[in-house]
Design a protein around this ligand. Structure first.
Ligand code: ZN
Length: 105
């Protein structure tokens, strides 16, 4: 898993304490093989007032989830799946769903 996952994709957490939850990818760190997912693995941090948070207080922020713990959810068939690739003439790569075979872009 991991190849081809992009910001904005919907994924399912397949293992760990957030197992079974779905969310949208907020960021991808390919080098670390980690992603952050909206509403998943939320960490609460206390902070002092600063420029961004004038009041200070508690900030909720999504913590990283390892790519091996997630599965891509196909927007066409809504099933957790693996991503395939189709290479067009000219070399453009498109992602495809291995379940329904739909091209995803
Ligand atoms: Zn599909």
């Amino acid at each position: 898993m991991g190849l081809g996952i992009r910001k904005g994709d919907i994924v399912l957490v397949a293992t760990g304490k957030n197992k079974g939850k779905k969310g949208r990818i907020l960021s991808v760190s390919p080098a670390a093989e980690k992603v952050t997912i909206e509403g998943i693995n939320v960490i609460k941090r206390h902070t002092k007032p600063n420029k961004k948070y004038a009041q200070g207080g508690i900030i909720e922020k999504e913590g990283p989830v390892h790519m091996s713990n997630i599965m891509f959810v196909c927007p066409k068939c809504s099933k957790p799946t693996r991503l395939g690739n189709t290479v067009l003439e000219g070399g453009k790569k498109l992602r495809t769903c291995k379940k329904c075979r739909e091209v995803l872009e």
